[in-house]
Design a binder for this molecule. Structure first.
Ligand code: LLP
Length: 414
């Protein structure tokens, strides 16, 4: 969906010129397009229409209340990984009955909060967690719905830091051990076995690992059924990649067809946990060039956004396209785009050819996923504001953090 376009040389998101946003709200500034968010969600709903399914948006990708609320109104469920994410989903009007809870380290308190809320399912990641949940649910006089996150050991062919389904990863339980764990879960009084779950990695650009993982999980479901353990849902996780530069992400419609075939005639509902592919290309980070610094080997454009605002380049050497918001007649030069943080790793892009002057605005594209949600206060930098654009309407959905908020909660020792 082409929500980003130029009118008279000025970059617009939907009907709003980005330079006007920078004037009004300052920079760095995250800006999201409602049309792009909703069209990404609808693309999923359409691609999987042939299979009874529930899309559980992975909150970690972007946990803005406004975005959670938009997806909740479209009927989404949510994949959470903490009590904080549960609180966000509930505050945003999400339906607890459509929430799945993933993560290797759920605390007893988090389990209690999720049981109180009445979530759809706990995705268990170890035997110890199974025993803890059984105890916590028993103390509350409740029965906890559970899945095991199984590790199908397929190579997702993505960055090692974001591949999660290999044997050596900390996630899930080995698929070979799953039948015994399911039997144990079925024997415990305060657990009800309802599903199975897997997630093999993120930013996958190839359909085949997703299809292989689905096959392995479906085989397990059949083995369990033969053992008298019938499941209600099969959660195949997230992981569908997006285009940052020149990647060709998997075609959702093709993925939908593959799964429709595999699920034909089955009783279990399909669950998916997409994050990046719902929000990644719906957002950008707006930043202003503070200084142009020519060097002997390189030129630097020092901008007011930094690794604390968008950590992906520093952490994964991730590529984000960087474009000038206005148009200049000055010649383009090659710049490393860097932030003000005192770390060599504080870069947003290397060797970008840009026709810019000091004071100009740049947009870092595809920043809707794992941008603001991974932002920190490193170097005591308040976190950016967030704007949601809806055609020509401008909504400030999160205020810029203030210095008072930055210092709140701290105490001196006398
Ligand atoms: N479900 C589970 C259990 C996950 O661990 C993840 C992501 C997702 C769903 C959503 O995956 P997605 O559809 O977004 O690929 N910070 C990294 C990405 C880490 C992903 C971790 N797990 C980045 O910026 O690329």
């Amino acid at each position: 969906m082409n929500t980003l376009h130029r009118i008279d040389g000025r970059l617009h998101l939907e009907d709003v010129a980005l330079d006007t946003l920078a004037e009004r709200f300052g920079t760095p500034l995250y800006v999201y397009s409602r049309a792009a968010l909703e069209s990404a969600y609808r693309a999923y709903a359409e691609a999987f229409a042939a299979t009874p399914h529930l899309i559980c948006y992975a909150v970690k990708a972007n946990s803005s209340l406004a975005i959670l609320n938009l997806f909740a109104r479209l009927g989404a469920g949510f994949d959470i990984v903490s009590g904080g994410e549960l609180a966000r989903v509930l505050a945003a009007g999400g339906d607890a009955g459509k929430v799945v809870f993933s993560g290797v380290g759920k605390t007893a308190n988090e389990m209690r909060a999720a049981l109180d809320a009445g979530i759809l399912c706990f995705n268990l990641e170890s035997e110890s967690e199974l025993h803890r949940l059984d105890r916590v649910a028993g103390d509350m006089g409740k029965v906890a719905p559970v899945s095991f996150r199984v590790n199908p050991d397929v190579d997702p062919k993505t960055h090692p830091y974001i591949s999660t389904g290999l044997k050596e990863n900390k996630f899930g339980v080995p698929i070979a051990e799953a039948p015994a764990l399911y039997r144990l879960a079925a024997s415990l009084p305060n657990l009800k076995v309802t599903g199975v779950d897997c997630h093999i990695g993120s930013q996958l650009t190839d359909l085949s690992p997703l299809a292989d993982a689905a096959d392995r999980v479906l085989d397990l479901v059949d083995t369990l059924a033969a053992d008298g353990i019938a499941l209600r849902h099969i959660d195949l996780g997230g992981g569908v990649g997006i285009r940052y530069r020149d990647e060709t992400p998997p075609d959702l419609a093709a993925y939908g067809r593959v799964l429709a075939q595999k699920f034909a005639g089955r009783r279990e509902k399909l669950l998916l946990e997409p994050g990046r592919s719902l929000v990644g290309n719906a957002g950008l980070l707006l930043t202003r060039v503070e200084y142009l610094k020519p060097g002997e080997d390189k030129n630097f454009a020092i901008v007011d956004a930094a690794m604390n605002d968008l950590m992906r380049p520093a952490l994964y050497e991730a590529y984000h396209e960087i474009v000038a918001v206005g148009e200049r007649t000055v010649p383009a030069r090659r710049y490393d785009i860097v932030g003000p943080i005192c770390e060599t790793g504080d870069f947003l892009g290397f060797a970008r050819d840009l026709a810019i002057e000091e004071g100009d605005l740049l947009a870092l594209l595809s920043a809707g996923a794992y941008g603001m949600s991974m932002a920190s206060n490193y170097n005591s930098r308040p976190r950016a504001a967030e704007i949601l654009i809806d055609k020509n309407e401008i909504h400030l959905v999160r205020e810029r953090e203030t210095l008072d908020q930055l210092l709140a909660g701290e105490r001196l020792v006398y």
